[in-house]
Write a protein that binds this ligand. Structure first.
Ligand SMILES: [Zn+2]
Ligand SMILES: [Zn+2]
Length: 407
């Protein structure tokens, strides 16, 4: 299939896409329940030849486009949720909801995925297979992708008549102001980190601050644990398979002349391999228990697993970079040297399907990608022109997966 005109077709859709994106932006919703967003997406998909499944436990939507020719199914993901924070961009289409903002650009993902559904619907007759558009809620810490998978999303790899059309790959884009507009960047293997949390409670014995020997002060023990965790990371973890442990909160006591009973440490744990992730969990427990035992205190370390490592299949990353070179040119296609230590729940999809996630550059005109307000900033502004490239990429990934370019 020919993709030469895909970007021009996407450009023709830009004003509609901007309009949808701004409508979503004005009305950001947080978590897995996004009733307004869902209605906007349903309205935008209205009239397209797609079969829509509304998920029961969340506001997730799956739309399937059945091509005119037989073939497998390819999944394209767009997330729809916003962040709990104020907006200070000064844009005319700024959030009208107090304390909520589309600061991660998921509004652009949703609008671009709708645009891709339009581009692909126009080529439906020639499409040898099916495209599953996954509109997911709850990416920002609510595990929306996992909930959709658990509710049977992948069963949509079967047609209504029961015939198989297996889902053979999954792709997602993430917009970022840290890359120039119209750049696609990704890499083989780990792209983003796992993000777990640990709460460590050191329990001693309260007492008078003037007589610490009659009490058991948990505060110096907690401080020793914080320092020992950093030593553990540099001494136990390979620099070539890195991990980050950041203690973001330490809390104890009420006043200067009282020794409290407990001290609490909260930390985030990032890793880019399952092995290192497990090693760090074990080591944190050992360090905390060892130091507490040395001082005759007790300790409890409570781990909460967050998103797993986002791992691109080698074939998926190579394929996506190839599609980007074909559509946007080699000069706009970047192979990333390193993963980034943020986390992403598309990781759950990539645990089950081969594929890749790519970053899409969207630095506003006249700004520097190194200094522009980043994703999650109350001042982040995305260059809407980048949505042309994003729509073309989404559609191109599906087309080229189903109909590879002739060698
Ligand atoms: Zn985010
Ligand atoms: Zn995001």
């Amino acid at each position: 299939m020919n993709v030469d005109t895909l970007r021009d077709e996407a450009r023709d859709l830009l004003s509609d896409t901007v309009e949808l994106r701004r409508a979503l932006h004005r009305w950001p919703e947080i978590g897995n329940d996004l009733p307004v967003t869902k209605e906007q997406v349903l309205g935008a998909l209205d009239g397209l030849p797609v079969q829509i499944t509304q998920h029961q436990t969340t506001s997730g939507l799956a739309a399937v486009l059945d091509g005119g020719k037989p073939g497998p199914t390819v999944l394209l993901r767009g997330d729809m949720d916003a962040l709990p924070m104020p907006e200070d961009t000064g844009e005319a289409f700024s959030s009208r909801v107090d304390g909520a903002m589309h600061a991660c650009g998921h509004d652009t993902h949703t609008a671009m995925l709708v645009g891709a559904a339009r581009l692909l619907s126009a080529r439906r007759e020639d499409l040898p297979g099916r495209v599953l558009f996954m509109f997911q809620p709850g990416e920002e810490g609510y595990g929306g992708a996992d909930l959709m998978l658990n509710e049977g999303l992948l069963e949509l790899g079967r047609r209504a008549d029961g015939s198989e059309s297996p889902i053979t790959a999954a792709y997602a884009l993430h917009i970022t102001t840290m890359l120039p507009t119209g750049t696609i960047a990704t890499r083989r293997g780990p792209l983003m980190a796992s993000a777990d949390t640990v709460t460590i409670v050191v329990t001693g014995r309260g007492g008078h601050a003037s007589a610490p020997h009659q009490a058991l002060d948990p505060i110096p023990i907690a401080c020793e644990i914080v320092l020992a965790l950093q030593t553990m990371i540099t001494r136990r973890i390979s620099v070539f398979d890195p991990a980050v442990v950041t203690v973001g909160r330490i809390a104890a006591g009420t006043t200067n002349n009282v020794i409290p009973e407990t001290a609490t440490i909260e930390a985030t744990i990032r890793a880019v391999s399952q092995t290192t992730r497990a090693t760090v969990h074990d080591a944190i427990r050992r360090v905390a228990e060892g130091i507490a035992a040395a001082h005759d205190a007790s300790v409890e370390a409570l781990f909460t697993d967050g998103y797993p490592v986002t791992v691109n299949a080698e074939s998926g990353a190579d394929f996506a970079l190839g599609v980007s070179r074909e559509l946007l040119g080699a000069e706009h296609t970047v192979t990333m040297p390193n993963p980034i230590m943020g986390a992403e729940d598309f990781s759950y999809v990539l645990e089950r399907l081969p594929g890749a996630m790519c970053f899409l550059g969207a630095t506003p005109a006249g700004r520097n990608p190194l200094t522009a307000a980043p994703n999650h900033s109350n001042r982040v502004v995305f260059d809407e022109q980048a949505m042309v490239d994003g729509m073309a990429m989404y559609a191109g990934l599906a087309i080229r997966h189903l109909a590879p370019a002739a060698p």
